[in-house]
Design a protein around this ligand. Structure first.
Ligand code: CAA
Length: 379
């Protein structure tokens, strides 16, 4: 079997699993804001929780192209579970890439198996886009560090067990930031406010509160002052993953719009047959395909060890803008019922919005792209 055939088989099995296990819950869980750990662990037991990680740490050892295809597939059923998986995978990538052998042995197997979830804690109330201005401190003490501060908008906070936390060990700016592995249950680490969100309702988002929380020096990733690079390196990959979730979200909305318009009769013909709607759906389909190709190109570069922050940011920006555009048009094509929870398109439209914001707003992606362009043209 070729790599492509294997990937298609992986996605077809995954789609069947999502259809049987995730889809039946989504309308209810979205309304109730309910996250099901057993569903996440189910994805893990099917082998999808550590797709790209080496088999030595319990991963599937597959490519980044396989990974983005899987995330796209899950997002067609639930953006929330796809995001949970992508953030947990970003944590694994960070530990695998920047962790030492002891850290990898200790933390990776439970994440790759899906038994546990990982979370990434960079943002704070006054430090969102300007991530290097974060204020949480990590003061050196005997055998480790004392963490104080509050992290905000943390995906999977409260349900995750392993957290990558960026905190300040040095002076102002990026060079003063270090990255730590912190565990649920560590003394001095509690959860704050749970956010009430427009979308991603089945994915918990909460604050992390550190009050004199001791973290052993064994849990420092790389060296003091290298934490900002750890975070940015993780985001370089994570942004491609968010792009693939955007593609899945958009594809589902497009599928729903086409099916609905073929069945809905007005003025004695299916509304699909009106050229105005055909043009809308042709443009939507074109944008979805273009976004998928850009995400795949960025993923291919990761597989070829030529990872490019420029392509990651392009993929994230293009695919998530597409998700917003396509889901909005899909609601429009459904008309009045599209605005009700009777049809899934309104959920996908709400879920699309925050894809344009997380892991760096799409304006920040433009900053990253422009900086890379300047570098390339200044050589
Ligand atoms: N890889 C590795 N290291 C990098 C890097 C990269 N891609 N980019 C920067 N660095 C390191 C470098 O060491 C750099 O120093 P040099 O310039 O000496 O090489 C240092 O970081 C500082 O870099 P910048 O000067 O570029 O830093 P900046 O303050 O100008 O910020 C930024 C750059 C791109 C705007 C960054 O702040 C950023 O990405 N902001 C957005 C924050 C973000 O994405 N937050 C996401 C939160 S997580 C989330 O949303 C997940 C979720 O739950 C779903």
């Amino acid at each position: 079997m070729s790599d492509l055939e294997l990937r298609e088989e992986l996605c077809s099995n995954l789609a069947k699993w999502c259809e049987a296990n995730i889809e039946p819950h989504m309308e209810h869980d979205d309304a109730e804001g309910k996250f099901r750990l057993d569903l996440f662990q189910g994805l893990g037991s099917q082998g999808y929780a550590g797709i790209t990680l080496p088999e030595a740490y319990g991963g599937a050892g597959l490519s980044y192209l396989d990974y983005v295809a899987a995330l796209e597939t899950i997002a067609k059923y639930s953006v929330a579970y796809s995001v949970t998986l992508s953030v947990s995978s970003m944590v694994q990538t960070i530990i695998n890439e920047y962790g030492n052998e002891k850290q990898k042995q200790k933390y990776l197997p439970k994440l790759t198996s899906g038994e546990e979830i990982g979370a990434f804690a960079l943002s704070e109330s006054h430090s969102g886009s300007d991530a290097a201005s974060l204020k949480t401190t990590a003061k050196k003490t005997e055998g480790g560090y004392i963490l104080n501060g509050t992290k905000m908008w943390i995906t999977s906070a409260g349900v995750a067990k392993t957290y990558i936390v960026m905190a300040r060990t040095g002076g102002e700016g990026a060079k003063g930031v270090s990255a730590f592995i912190v565990r649920d249950g560590d003394k001095g680490f509690t959860y704050g406010k749970a956010e009430k969100k427009m979308g991603w309702k089945a994915s918990p988002t909460r604050e992390l509160v550190f009050e004199n929380c001791f973290v052993s020096e064994e849990n420092l990733l790389l060296k003091e002052g290298e934490g900002f690079s750890v975070a940015m390196g993780g985001l370089d990959r994570g942004r491609i993953a968010i792009g693939s979730i955007g593609v899945g979200c958009a594809q589902r909305a497009l599928d729903e719009a086409i099916k609905y318009s073929l069945g809905r009769v007005q003025f004695r013909q299916p509304i699909f047959d009106f050229q105005g709607l055909q043009f809308m759906m042709s443009e939507m389909a074109c944008e979805v395909e273009a976004s998928r190709l850009l995400v795949q190109r960025a993923a291919e570069l990761v597989d070829q060890k030529k990872s490019s922050p420029k392509l990651s940011s392009m993929a994230k920006m293009k695919a998530t803008d597409t998700a917003m555009y396509v889901t909005t048009e899909a609601v429009q094509i459904h008309g009045g019922v599209g605005y009700t929870s009777e049809y899934p398109v309104e959920r996908f439209m709400r879920d699309a919005k925050v894809l344009q914001i997380v892991e760096g707003t799409n304006q920040i992606q433009k900053v990253v792209i422009a900086r890379q362009l300047k570098k390339e043209y200044s050589l």
